[in-house]
Design a protein around this ligand. Structure first.
Ligand code: DC
Length: 235
């Protein structure tokens, strides 16, 4: 008989800029769970494709790229880090060019299938009592049996504003309009792709973060989890 404890799975899905990351980070800290940023996985694959000059529609070559994918996540002075073959790519994968490429490679069925195992493993082997996965299809495809499912939304304007502030703070030269346009086209691609589109699971709790401070929304999520008998164990 296995003595391995079952990891509690929390799915947080939603479009870009809806506030998933802030909520997943806040909830992970309060509960002592690990956060798994599945978007960062697609972004790392996209970066690798761009670096290798692979056509973003060349499904076979992109799938082959996954075989050698050496991706790891770490924490440095309280900041989540994404490492590609040991190289810190945390900031590089947030570049608008990589965002656009990630949205393209993530539309390919074989790429999605090839990354399912990694996403599940990162959660199930996280070494914490629970894992919070943020993405687009966590509650529908990656963990349809997740213990908790949240679908986070925010108005289009608010999502574009957040993304603009984020990129500006990083010193990137962007305009409000270009961010809004880029986001709208990414949303459209994420929603309309044939495999695992961005979609609310029927049993997900919908959270609108438009006019609420993040801490209030984290309270809301935490209440739902702890009311189900899960105790918080901050690390
Ligand atoms: O959450 P994000 O913006 O970092 O995600 C980057 C891209 O990856 C996004 O355009 C859609 C894709 N993605 C996905 O298709 N499925 C996921 N579970 C997570 C992200």
């Amino acid at each position: 008989m296995s003595t391995k404890r079952r990891v509690i799975i929390v799915a947080i899905d939603g479009p870009a800029g809806s506030g998933k990351t802030t909520l997943a980070e806040g909830l992970a800290e309060r509960l002592g769970f690990v956060r798994v940023d599945t978007g960062a996985i697609y972004r790392a694959v996209a970066l690798l494709a761009l670096r290798n000059g692979i056509d973003l529609e060349d499904e076979e070559s992109l799938t082959r790229l996954l075989d050698g994918l050496d991706l790891s996540f770490g924490m440095e002075q309280g900041v989540n880090k994404v490492l590609l073959a040991g190289d810190d790519v945390t900031d590089e994968i947030r570049d608008p060019k990589v965002s656009d490429a990630a949205s393209k490679v993530s539309a390919l069925p074989k790429v999605r299938a090839g990354l399912l195992g990694l996403q599940r493993k990162l959660a199930l082997d996280c070494g914490a009592p629970g894992a919070i996965l943020e993405g687009r299809d966590i509650g529908t495809v990656v963990f349809p049996e997740a213990d908790f499912k949240f679908f986070v939304t925010a108005s289009e304007d608010e999502r574009a504003r957040r993304r603009y502030e984020e990129l500006k703070a990083k010193g990137l030269s962007v305009t409000r309009d270009s961010v809004a346009r880029e986001q709208a086209s990414r949303d459209e691609r994420d929603i309309s792709r044939t495999v695992s589109p961005l979609e609310r699971a029927d049993d997900a709790v919908v959270i609108d973060s438009t006019n609420k401070p993040p801490s209030e929304v984290v309270d809301e999520l935490q209440n739902i989890v702890t009311s189900a008998g899960i105790s918080a164990r901050p690390r």
